[in-house]
Ligand binder design. Structure first.
Ligand SMILES: [Zn+2]
Ligand SMILES: [Zn+2]
Length: 195
């Protein structure tokens, strides 16, 4: 069954097609935290220690049915991940690599249907980059190697099958559907985890 997705104001809607590997990840890295602060969505996105819940899968499974024109992206540094969000209501969408040939997205749980996540994206949740968690004691890290392995599998399968060419975040020529804004070092330094 399809898994519905929507931004907070519902201007952007769509779904995730079933099938294929996925990973659930709770990421405490500074960049995920900075992204939430950039969107002023930290209260909605981050848990008490600054963690972001993500579902990683192949982007060919992501379908937007309405509001795709609201998509925008930033990069926290010139070689950083593309961090996608919706301009209508500053909802985080997820992060991709800069190249569509490596087909992979980590969708932030906020854009998904939280109640249906355990059923539609089963599996143990990995907890990663716990050194950057706020406060102490730090959460216990788990599942990182399995998550890396699954990420490699997702990318390889999308490549073999040609599904990497179906990616709602990139044009056929490999360019992102909107040019990401690259934050200056000063802009990045103004965001809480880097302050
Ligand atoms: Zn919206
Ligand atoms: Zn992260």
């Amino acid at each position: 069954m399809n898994h519905s997705l929507a931004c907070e104001c519902k201007s952007v809607q769509g779904y995730i097609k079933p099938g294929g590997s996925c990973s659930r990840v709770l990421c405490y890295c500074k960049d995920c935290q900075a992204f939430a602060y950039y969107l002023q969505a930290n209260d909605r996105v981050l848990n008490v220690q600054g963690g972001t819940h993500l579902v990683q899968l192949s982007p060919h499974r992501v379908v937007f049915t309405t509001g795709q024109e609201h998509l925008a992206a930033i990069r926290l540094r010139s070689d950083g991940l593309l961090r996608w969000y919706t301009q209508c209501c500053n909802s985080p969408v997820g992060n991709t690599l800069a190249s569509s040939s490596i087909a992979f997205i980590g969708l932030v749980d906020n854009i998904l249907t939280p109640a249906a996540i355990p059923k539609d994206f089963p599996g143990k949740m990995a907890v990663v980059h716990t050194d950057s968690a706020q406060g102490s004691p730090k959460p216990k890290s788990k599942g990182f190697p399995a998550t890396m392995w699954r990420a490699a599998t997702i990318v390889a399968k999308a490549r073999w099958s040609g599904n990497y060419k179906k990616n709602p975040f990139f044009e056929q020529n490999g360019e992102p559907v909107v040019q990401p804004q690259i934050l200056s070092p000063e802009q990045r330094a103004s965001l809480l985890p880097y302050r």
